[in-house]
Write a protein that binds this ligand. Sequence first.
Ligand SMILES: *Cc1c(COP(=O)(O)O)cnc(C)c1O
Length: 228
Amino acid sequence: MAESLHSDIAGNLAEVRARIAAAAQEAGRDPRAVTLVAVSKVHPAAAVEAALAAGQTVFGENRVQEAQGKFPALKAAHPDLRLHLIGPLQTNKVKDALALFDVIETVDRPKLARALAKEAAKRGAAPACYIQVNTGEEPQKAGIPPGEADAFIAECRDLGLDLRGLMCIPPVEEEPSLHFAFLREIAQRNGLEGLSMGMSGDYETAVRFGATLVRVGTGIFGARPVQA
Ligand SMILES: *Cc1c(COP(=O)(O)O)cnc(C)c1O
């Protein structure tokens, strides 16, 4: 791989980490309470290698199949690598997902929660889970509607899922901070600590609103090629 790609990714990572730390400090938060998830979807394994070389260990992918093509070898070579699923999960892919992903950020419906609990029991290990909340109530977007969140959180707990927190993707045309505050409120009233929120355009805002996971792709790896 070109040396320039390596140094671009290392430089971008340093900048994103510095911005997260500054936003955390401004908000009176410990920067170590924020985990950077490097979203490597569409980018090749070489880009992930470059990020690993720069000390990044947590990665996010939105498709099980794409991750299966890239990450088994990377995980074998880097045992400390942690992979988060940040895209929709079909129940027929649950087994494959739990074989590869350490964290499922997109638990969004009872059928999926039940399938995850069943597969986790078979494996004898439960993955860390986040519930995706459709804070903007957008019909085309995944996530449990906010009005059903409390009941769904209780259901996931009853199923024995290792529930860590909530995740959201705000509507593109709306002020993200309103959605971040809304997600935080749902988490707080349910005693959940984890908040996965913030992408390249708004992760500093998300950190100010309490994000514990920020999912940054473009800001680290550059623009994604348009997918067919
Ligand atoms: C692609 C993606 C990201 C990263 O988006 P960028 O704008 O490139 O940082 C974050 N979260 C989810 C759910 C994604 O699908």
